[in-house]
Design a protein around this ligand. Structure first.
Ligand SMILES: NC(=O)c1ccc[n+]([C@@H]2O[C@H](COP(=O)([O-])OP(=O)(O)OC[C@H]3O[C@@H](n4cnc5c(N)ncnc54)[C@H](O)[C@@H]3O)[C@@H](O)[C@H]2O)c1
Length: 269
């Protein structure tokens, strides 16, 4: 499947911008949506430099009215949408008991409801056309549920469940659905995160992001290749694939191991 038109949420930075640049290099026309309009406009400039064309749209994915408006703009500017990437996402981390309800509601609104609103707004036109592709950006966190990231894990596990359901349900309509599940790579997600996160945990997260051999452009490439082939799970990093395999084979052992390792490393957190 080829993608001549696309809508990318959270396209103003990080992985979303990488998706836009990859697609721009194939001369695609892209609606770049982000809560930060200036960031979306900067991405459009990069898309044009890469050989494609783009339109920046301000859109908060946690607001269904704004997503409906985004779908209307996409219809008017692009016509048919070949690819939707539900990418906008944020992080909340820290001890479960110290995370406030406002933080839970904030992340659920963006990471989960944003994906649901996006799918609801774009799927009917894809069904009518009997063609389309959707990449839901989840995370390895949605497959592994590591400690100290409860709200993030919950939203990403739900995005995996939604993608699994849609993949099977929409296959007969010619629609490809993939769930993208990377481990850490360098973006601004740490800086934009909320929650009672210990500075040592932030330092550890940054060092894991910097150490990753696979960064945003490769993650975007992997997802675009996979969704074109209708592969449901996209787990681009080897560490993510290894941990996911262990969890599926020996779930009890996996969580016992995670608990003991975490306790050894963060006994004073
Ligand atoms: N970076 C990682 O290590 C990593 C790992 C696994 C999954 N992911 C996922 O990748 C996706 C992209 O995150 P990133 O790492 O590029 O982070 P990022 O913070 O660099 O980029 C996120 C973008 O989303 C935008 N955004 C935030 N809230 C929004 C909202 N309400 N509506 C619309 N746009 C909004 C931001 O302005 C920003 O441009 C997220 O879904 C994230 O969970 C990231």
């Amino acid at each position: 499947m080829e993608f001549q038109t696309a809508v990318i949420t959270g396209g103003g930075g990080g992985l979303g911008r990488a998706f836009c640049e990859e697609l721009g290099a194939t001369r695609a026309r892209i609606v770049v949506a982000d809560i930060d309009l200036a960031a979306a406009e900067a991405t459009v400039a990069l898309v044009k430099r890469a050989g494609g064309d783009g339109k920046a749209v301000q859109c908060d994915v946690s607001d269904p009215a704004q997503i409906d408006a985004l779908a209307a703009t996409a219809k008017a500017w692009l016509g048919d949408v070949d690819l939707l990437v539900n990418n906008a996402g944020v992080a909340v981390a820290g001890d479960f008991a110290a995370i406030g309800l406002a933080e839970w509601q904030w992340i659920m609104g963006i990471n989960l409801w944003g994906v649901i609103y996006g799918c609801r707004a774009f799927v009917p036109a894809m069904q009518a056309r009997r063609r389309g592709a959707i990449i839901n950006v989840a995370s390895a966190a949605g497959l592994l549920s590591a400690p100290k990231m409860a709200p993030y894990n919950v939203t990403k596990a739900a995005v995996v469940a939604l993608s699994e359901t849609m993949h099977a349900e929409l296959a007969r309509d010619g629609i490809h659905v993939s769930a993208l599940c990377p481990t850490f790579f360098r973006t601004n997600i740490g800086e934009a995160s909320r929650g009672p996160l210990d500075p040592r945990m932030i330092k550890l997260m940054h060092s894991m992001m910097d150490r990753s051999k696979i960064q945003a452009p490769e993650v975007a490439q992997a997802a675009l290749t996979a969704v074109a082939k209708n592969q449901l799970y996209v787990v681009p990093m080897a560490d993510g694939r290894a941990m996911w395999r262990l969890k599926r084979l020996q779930p009890q052992r996996f969580y016992d191991l995670l608990a003991s390792k975490l306790l050894r490393r963060f006994t004073r957190l």
